[in-house]
Design a protein around this ligand. Structure first.
Ligand code: UD1
Length: 426
């Protein structure tokens, strides 16, 4: 089993390339299912989740070819997706269980092929994560939904029809599924209480480049006028705001100075406000976003909520920062019910954290100390790496497959800016 061994204490300084966003890339890779023409995506990150979705698209009959890239550079490659022939409409359990986001094939498949049979994703480490909102939305667009033997079957043999979908709570994935389904539905669809995350806007922009008629992406009401056919395009995946935010925290925690190359401050939002409150000096430069420390780390309070509020995907990393702040912080997780599994692991490194219900109180300690820790999910893994970067002595992070789902060449990037971090086997 691979693990990361980190010797803490180094100040990080230099440039880090920010990769294409995993959470934008996954829905964007499903968009080609909507057209017979090839779609090329550039700036795709090299991640396990991207490979898993590639396997699923291959299984459905799409051809995926690596169209080029930038050689040995740390980030970015192009892939062409050709779904001219959809040979199978079943997303099998063996692939879906590896990655919940596989559910995003449901909308485009039923819209294009008239049928989609997708394994139910089941629970995951950070909570129950149902898909009821995805299913209700597709029903509102005229799909018949049946659940049998652990699979959901959505069918619309005569095509989907436009309708109004009002989400009772904000869901990123359900908004993406509905947006793609509505793009090929007959007539106009209105999505109310839509997710406003920048990844939604990225998907909408790609669909528009494919010929879709969409207005209001990035706001809570999205209007889609269905078209008969979509066409191919070339589209660049947006930079990963969560990866950029994670390295921004590394800059502050190590009292360093990092240029997050290609990052877009406008997308990074609320976490950057909290980082500034905690002592980060953040400036936008021509090549990206620079984050350095003012020499002091102060406490802060966070409540996770849908965009533009504070993202749940940054909660664990900010907890690592809070653990060495001068003062106390309170972090409330309001999106997922079980997303504090990094707490006992951070405590193993010497953090002082008490959890009551959905809130964690973190009293900053003078220093953390290295230990063996176990990563439990993707963002939790990153919080342990961040803590390891400042802990005295050696920290070993086990179960790297979570990190490899979402952080491209993490140890290479961190080593480039001065961290002592190694991937070892054993
Ligand atoms: C996406 C992100 C994930 C992020 C999450 C919240 C991707 C690939 N993943 O996940 O990294 O943590 O947004 O920002 O983009 N819910 C329901 N019923 C549904 C769907 C969701 O009750 O049918 C609930 C969920 O349990 C959760 C909340 O809605 O409490 C938000 O989840 P959602 O926005 O759907 O998350 P994902 O799209 O799965």
């Amino acid at each position: 089993m691979e693990k990361l061994v980190i010797t803490g204490g180094n100040r990080l300084e230099g440039d880090i390339d920010i990769s294409g966003a995993k959470n934008a890339a996954l829905p964007l890779m499903c968009a080609p299912l909507l057209t017979e023409e090839p779609v090329t995506l550039t700036n795709l990150p090299r991640l396990a989740d991207i490979s898993t979705l590639t396997d699923l698209l291959n299984h459905l009959g799409a051809t995926v070819t690596i169209a080029g890239g930038n050689g040995g550079a740390l980030t970015g490659r192009s892939m062409t997706f050709d779904a001219s022939n959809i040979a199978d409409t079943v997303a099998p359990y063996d692939i879906v269980r590896k990655m919940r986001a596989s559910i995003i094939v449901l909308g485009p498949l039923v819209a294009r092929a008239g049928e989609a049979i997708v394994s139910l994703p089941g629970g995951c480490a950070i909570g129950n994560r149902p898909i009821d909102l995805h299913l209700k939305a597709l029903e509102a667009l005229g799909a018949d939904i049946e659940l049998e033997d652990g699979y959901v079957r959505a069918s619309a043999p005569n095509g989907l029809t436009g309708g109004t979908v009002r989400f009772p709570l904000v869901s990123v994935g359900a908004t993406e599924n509905t947006l793609m389904a509505a793009a090929l539905a007959k007539g106009t669809s209105v999505i109310e209480n839509a997710a406003r995350e920048p990844e939604i806007t990225d998907l909408a922009n790609c669909l528009i480049a494919m010929g879709a008629k969409i207005e209001g992406a990035g706001t809570e009401t999205i209007t889609v006028e269905g078209v008969d056919k979509l066409h191919g395009c070339t589209y660049a995946v947006m930079p990963d705001r969560i990866e950029a935010g994670s390295y921004a925290i590394a800059a502050l925690m190590t009292r360093g100075n990092l240029l997050l190359k290609n990052a877009r401050l406008g997308d990074m939002g609320a976490p950057m406000d909290v980082l500034a409150e905690a002592g980060g000096i953040i400036t936008e430069e021509a090549g990206g976003v620079r984050v350095k420390s003012n020499g002091h780390i102060g406490g802060f309070n966070i409540v996770t909520q849908p965009f533009p509020a504070f993202p749940t995907d940054m909660q664990a990393q900010f907890m690592a920062l809070a653990s060495i702040a001068d003062g106390a912080s309170v972090i409330t997780e309001a999106i997922f019910e079980n997303r504090f599994m990094h707490v006992p692991e951070l405590c193993r490194l010497g953090a002082d954290i008490t959890v009551t219900g959905a809130s964690a109180t973190i009293r900053g300690v003078k220093s953390l100390r290295g230990a063996q820790v176990m990563a439990t999910d993707l963002r939790a893994s990153m919080s342990l790496v961040l803590a390891g970067l400042v802990a005295d002595g050696e920290t070993t992070v086990n179960r790297l497959y979570h990190l490899d789902r979402g952080y491209e060449r993490l140890e290479d990037k961190l080593r480039t800016v001065g961290a002592q971090i190694e991937r070892v086997n054993g």
